[in-house]
Design a protein around this ligand. Structure first.
Ligand code: NDP
Length: 469
């Protein structure tokens, strides 16, 4: 059985203990993942502290070149890593699955490599000149989740490294293997110690984020853990970028051509089996369009093959872990008990954490499947009569990551968009993130943004040089 290892100071290190990782599609063992302990966290952080000082002294040009090399490494190894993602995380190779995740890793590395944050003269008169420099923060703790394990790790790692920080990354305990392999490969292009890993459960994440030498925390995960991380950050006054998931609403405006948007609505909700932070998790449709929406989405759902994602014809895989599987199953059972119209599609394998594609009609705000972030392949479809009520419902929860409006008239939708309380409001698309466009939450979905120039700024601190003339 293959044993995977953490990388610290450019070297694969032995760990005192390890645990087995299983394929969520069939329960087969994938190998042993290392388990870090407190000393392991200390060593990884110390290695980052030492490496960061030299890394920050490299020219911006050199760091850009190295970031480009990393993009090439990801491209060259994308098929190998995509297969590991499918086996470990469950998303299929095909469609918007693990190959798609790897292409995102490449793109989200190329773009920071192409961007610059040069010093900026922010004020000048006859007496003074003030120049704002963006300097690295130091050591970044990156805590990644299991839903898009490599892509989200890349979002955290690459801007940080590009701007002269060093990183200690902790992948989710559910999906460490593909991430460790990616980090091992990326390290070929980096000086030793610039990118290190630790592994284990939340207690290791907690030790890392509380470590006195951490200068910035990048976190994507649940709101509950996000709150614990805020407390941990108080110790060092570390700034945090927090992406805490959402419960995104999509509102289809009255009279919209449903046939035209049905496929995008479907994948806006069922991407990665619904295990995506900015997925449609509540769909509001006008009462006159409700039957058409149910019919069109049912027609798409009934065509989709569910199964082990290594099969190229499969587009929907298993849920990643038992916790998530049970959580979604229980929310759907609750909707059934509550008298909702639960329609299930797809032939579901008996082994593995598979659930059918589930459309849930005759459901209302206040029912748990609507109000909780279900993070699975079950979409509640809620009727509305007045558009303003649908907007009120969309804004009615604490989450505010994404939202979308769907209309044949994008100009009308744009006017309404600003009323939706979310970090991004998409029109006629959902979850359409881009490496140049800032992405982050409003309200309880977190704070800070990633991507583009704003994302680079978030891994730096301002240093002003002020000259008296
Ligand atoms: P968590 O928030 O617990 O996990 C996210 C990451 O944080 C993991 O690497 C986890 O480690 C780590 N972690 C856990 N506790 C701590 C801590 N005290 N300090 C530092 N790091 C910690 O999410 P879950 O996996 O429990 O999923 C629960 C729910 O969260 C899901 O059902 C979903 O609703 C939501 N979620 C949202 C995501 C998003 O993209 N925004 C991604 C994943 C989940 P480990 O896994 O090793 O315990």
């Amino acid at each position: 059985m293959q044993t995977y290892r953490n990388i610290v100071d450019g070297t694969l290190v032995e760990s005192a203990s390890s645990y087995e990782i299983f394929n969520p599609a069939n329960g087969q063992s994938l190998g042993l993942a290392p388990e870090s302990n407190e000393q392991g966290v200390d060593k990884a952080v110390q290695s980052a502290v030492l490496a960061q000082k030299k890394w920050a002294q490299r020219s911006d040009h050199e760091r850009r070149d190295i970031t480009r090399k990393i993009a090439q490494i990801l491209q060259d190894n994308s098929e190998y890593l995509a297969e590991l993602i499918t086996r470990e995380q469950g998303k299929p190779l095909s469609g918007p699955g693990s190959r798609f995740e790897m292409q995102a890793c490449v793109g989200w590395t190329q773009v920071p490599a192409s961007l610059e944050l040069p010093p900026e003269v922010v004020y000048e008169d006859n007496e003074r000149k003030d120049t704002l420099h963006r300097v690295p923060l130091g050591v970044v703790a990156a805590i990644a989740p299991w839903n898009w394990p490599l892509m989200i790790a890349i979002w955290q790692i690459i801007p940080a490294i590009r701007m002269g920080n060093a990183v200690v990354l902790k992948p989710s305990e559910y999906t460490p293997i593909a991430t460790l392999e990616m980090v091992r490969l990326i390290n070929q292009a980096l000086p030793a110690g610039v990118l290190n890993t630790v592994t284990g459960d939340g207690s290791i994440g907690s030790k890392l984020t509380r470590h006195p030498d951490i200068n910035k925390i990048m976190f994507t995960g649940s709101e509950a853990t996000g709150r614990r991380i805020i407390e941990a950050s108080a110790r060092n006054l570390s700034p945090i970028t927090l992406e805490l998931g959402g419960n995104d609403a999509a509102v289809v405006m009255p009279g919209t051509n449903i046939k035209k948007i049905a496929n995008d609505l479907f994948w806006g909700a069922f991407l990665n089996m619904g295990q995506t932070c900015a997925c449609i998790k509540r769909l509001y449709v006008h009462e006159d369009d409700y039957e058409t929406v149910m019919t069109e989405l049912s027609a798409i759902a009934s065509q989709i093959k569910i199964g082990d994602g290594m099969d190229e014809s499969v587009l929907i895989g298993p849920l990643q872990n038992k916790m998530q599987f049970e959580k979604v199953r229980e929310l759907v059972a609750d909707a059934k008990t509550g008298g909702c119209d639960v329609r299930e599609f797809g032939e579901v394998p008996t082994q593995g954490y598979f659930l059918p594609i589930t459309l849930v009609g005759d459901i209302k705000d206040g029912q748990r499947l609507v109000d909780k972030e279900q993070f699975g392949p079950a979409l509640p479809i809620i009727r509305y009569r007045e558009l303003e009520d649908a907007i009120g419902s969309a804004n009615g929860l604490e989450a505010g990551l994404g939202a979308s409006l769907w209309s044949d008239n994008p100009a009308d939708a744009s006017e309404l968009a600003i009323q939706l309380e979310a970090g991004t409001v998409w029109i006629n698309q959902h979850g359409a993130i881009h490496p140049m466009v800032p992405f982050g939450g409003n309200k309880a979905s977190g704070y800070g943004v990633e991507f583009g120039i704003e994302g680079l700024k978030a891994v730096t601190q301002c240093r002003v040089v002020s000259i008296k003339k």
